[in-house]
Design a protein around this ligand. Structure first.
Ligand code: ADP
Ligand code: MG
Length: 244
């Protein structure tokens, strides 16, 4: 059996006096879709950012595809491009076209030639349903469309794993489905994904496992079915009582 794609071992992180991640042990297999769920302030975003080394941590280890992420330098840039990340705010470059937003990373970081980068970008924009808007600027698109571009932009780097941190929570309700549909397709295509979301529909359709985080600790790991119908810990029961 091949080794898991993402392995977090005894990861601990503090913000000053706040112990924000406590002995986190999480393993994600290739092609697996893991939902990270928990109360606000429980450390979900910090965990995502730590996996991507946007945050440092004090002890423990994180490996992606068998390699430990270095703290800085060129190697970090290369390894970090193995980890795609989509945030709540879409963070597109406002003064670049949709197409340029998607080709920039591959050209700059991967050294791919413009024509090839554009061909691949158009395929990805096709996949997220935005190809016909390739020459527009971000502000000319709706929030849902911009978020789909952000997903295409991440995919253009050929990541091994995609992290999503509440990708639909800044969207108007009518735009949530179009983004979740793209994510469901991505999950079905075999992409390894770690997704912070409270969207039950996505969890039921696409998730293999739920990791429940509370107060910086993993309290429960289960299939979505088990977790949503028979949560074991009191904290999970309490949390689900509030969101369901
Ligand atoms: P979640 O995404 O689950 O809502 P976060 O990871 O954003 O939680 O935050 C976890 C805890 O860490 C919160 O108490 C938050 O206030 C704190 N925190 C997050 N980022 C920072 C930071 N840069 N400096 C200090 N405290 C932070
Ligand atoms: Mg968060």
């Amino acid at each position: 059996m091949s080794e898991p794609l993402v392995v977090l071992k005894d990861v601990n992180k503090h913000f000053g006096d706040l112990h924000v991640l406590k002995d986190i042990n999480v393993t994600v297999e290739r092609g697996e879709v893991v939902i990270l769920i928990g109360p606000s302030g429980s450390g979900k975003s910090t965990l995502c950012r730590t996996i991507n080394r946007l945050e440092t941590f004090e002890s423990g280890s994180i490996t992606i595809d068998g390699k430990e992420l270095p703290e800085e330098g060129k190697e970090l840039a290369a390894l970090r491009s193995d980890v795609g990340m989509v945030f709540q705010s879409f963070n597109l470059f406002a003064h670049k076209t949709i197409l340029e937003n998607v080709t920039l990373g591959p050209m700059k970081v991967r050294g791919i030639k413009k024509a090839e980068a554009e061909k691949r970008a158009m395929e990805l924009l096709e996949r997220v349903g935005i190809a016909h808007q390739a020459h527009k600027y971000p502000a000319q698109l709706s929030g849902g469309q911009q978020q789909r571009v952000a997903i295409a932009r991440s995919l253009a780097m050929d990541p091994k794993v995609m992290l999503f941190d509440e990708p639909t929570s800044a969207l108007d309700p009518e735009m949530i489905t179009e983004v979740l549909d793209v994510m469901v397709q991505l999950a079905k295509s075999g992409m390894t994904m770690i997704v912070v979301t409270h969207e039950m529909g996505f969890a039921r359709k696409a998730a293999d496992r739920v990791v429940f985080l509370s107060d910086g600790e993993v309290h429960e790991q289960a299939t979505p079915e088990e977790f949503f119908t028979h949560p074991k810990s009191d904290r999970a029961k309490d949390f689900l009582g509030k969101i369901l």
